[in-house]
Design a protein around this ligand. Structure first.
Ligand SMILES: CC(C)(COP(=O)(O)OP(=O)(O)OC[C@H]1O[C@@H](n2cnc3c(N)ncnc32)[C@H](O)[C@@H]1OP(=O)(O)O)[C@@H](O)C(=O)NCCC(=O)NCCS
Length: 204
């Protein structure tokens, strides 16, 4: 994927821009209750609160995190912000009223030629079932099909992860298939649902 950058208007060849932009104009994203923004070093405590929770990371390939692992993870997220071209955006989900980072949501450019990205999300358990992930994912997908000019957004999850595919279905993403024993998570093969939505289907 080298030679491509993702920014307003969709992925473009690097030849169209020789210098990184001063900032990503589509960030931060604000919704009624949330701010989706780049991580900061000061987010450590909030991130560790969810990353160390075995229930939160049950279906993730990482965790539960030690403080050291969360420090490494944050360091990678901060380093990623300086990447050019930047193909991955791991964003903090901040509660707008009190500034608490209640989770994360990510965007990964998987296929630049076909303007396709993958999204994923993870929330502190205290904030589950309040529509937070749906609100964050809806705003991120809107940015994908709005300022970022992308064609297709997909997400995957363990078939047992009702909460995760509940969010995808809330956004009217379509279940396109079930991949059988395609990934090993925490030492066990899992079955994976694939969900997707295209720009021409997105109603916002
Ligand atoms: C998956 C996760 C992000 C969902 O976050 P959330 O903010 O609770 O989700 P929402 O409140 O927006 O829920 C959207 C819909 O999903 C479904 N849903 C969410 N959590 C559910 C659960 N625990 N059980 C059954 N359905 C659930 C519901 O249909 C819900 O809509 P409704 O409340 O109107 O009925 C959260 O459970 C989480 O962080 N889990 C651990 C990390 C993880 O597995 N991430 C996904 C990896 S692929």
């Amino acid at each position: 994927m080298a030679g491509v950058f993702i920014s307003a208007g969709g992925p473009k060849p690097l030849t169209e821009m020789t210098m990184p932009p001063a900032s990503d104009p589509w960030l931060p994203i604000r919704t009624e209750r949330l701010v989706l923004r780049d991580f900061r070093a000061g987010d450590f405590r909030d991130v560790q609160a969810y990353a160390a929770d075995p229930e939160v990371v049950r279906f993730m390939h990482w965790g539960p995190n030690t403080p050291e692992e969360t420090r490494d993870h944050l360091a990678r997220a901060l380093a990623q912000q300086a990447d050019w071209p930047r193909l991955e955006f791991g964003l903090a989900i901040e509660h707008a009223t009190d500034g608490v980072v209640v989770g994360s949501i990510g965007l990964h450019l998987r296929d630049a030629a076909n303007r396709t990205v993958e999204i994923g999300y993870c929330l502190n358990r205290d904030y589950w079932r309040r529509g937070v992930a749906s609100e964050a994912a809806r705003a991120l997908v809107a940015a994908c099909f709005g300022p970022l000019g992308l064609h297709r957004v997909f997400a995957t999850c363990d078939v047992r992860n009702t909460g995760s595919f509940g969010v995808m279905e809330k956004l009217d993403m379509r279940r396109e298939g079930c991949l059988l024993r395609d990934r090993q998570i925490k030492g066990e093969w899992r079955d994976t649902y694939l969900y997707a939505i295209r720009a021409d289907e997105w109603a916002g």
